[in-house]
Design a protein around this ligand. Sequence first.
Ligand code: IPM
Ligand code: MG
Length: 367
Amino acid sequence: MANPSLLILPGDGIGPEVMAEVRKVITWIGENRGTTFDVSEDLVGGAAYDAHGTALHDDTMAKAQEVDAVLLGAVGGPKYDNLDFSLKPERGLLRLRKEMDLYSNLRPAQCFDALADFSSLKKDIVAGLDIMIVRELTSGSYFGEPRGIFEEGNERVGINTHRYTESEIERAARSAFELALRRNKKVCSMEKANVMEAGILWREVVTEVAKDYPDVDLSHMYADNGAMQLVRAPKQFDVILTDNLFGDILSDCAAMLTGSLGMLPSASLGAPMDNGRPKALYEPVHGSAPDIAGQGKANPCACILSLAMALRYSFDMGEEASLVERAVEKVLADGVRTADLMQSEGETPVSTSEMGDAVVAALTALA
Ligand code: IPM
Ligand code: MG
């Protein structure tokens, strides 16, 4: 059988640094677990713009459609702030999501024991936290038409359209229910059915889908209340299902509960390909962090944990996925900290590559 294939798109800012550490883990898996990946690498975001004048070259897009999974670092940076909207680094990422039809974005927010003190919330509110946000990723306000800035009378008007079809809601909902079955069997769906028709439809469709999952307990919440509940009592949630825009905001909120954005991975999944694997793109939640890029300060754990999600969801390597996750946990428990995880002055952070080495050493110790 052919080796599983992985396209790596390091992108901008800290993307390339954290991805270098992921490569160490990929190498370790090849040497120690008998799975060698065919890894190719390409450009996305500002890096692609610098080379090709576009945030995603057509050839890269085509490659992304062919591989078993894509692993992306981050896109964006102040250098590109003044570019025309259509050329901005983010457009590369949005094109990947749209053309690969990655409708289900999984964003786990898990609080590692060793890091419970880092949350801006009290320790007992976040200790042991383990929630999964399922964010619809290919529709809603991000993509709805009409959109644009138009002339209207003597002024301009900015328009985006919050649009959802029943089938778009249904497939996102199904992926949330499927996940819930493998977790604590609770789904909380968030929208604004009190003010938006699309929210009313969302609620109806989700309620209908729930009938196929009698073992899953479904609740509904207005998204603003959801934001409040996330910071008031986050452990009430298991799986949160929500749309593209609310999901963008709620997932940042949930992420911060865990103390550091530097720890959080994500998976964006689409329909199964011919080989049965879902179309998939994995990326850390943290973004390009241009302020610390190139200084060896970045925490590679989120990107390493994104690889773990790829092992689990794309490559049927659940055992290796857990191993990588336990290695990261061990490293944290041993007190190894990158700069984002410093608690008091006087502590000495490890560098990005030292963190990667520590994870690889932990893998060897645990295997
Ligand atoms: C995210 C990011 C993206 C989004 C940006 C980079 C386009 O914030 O993945 O949450 O808004 O979806
Ligand atoms: Mg976001």
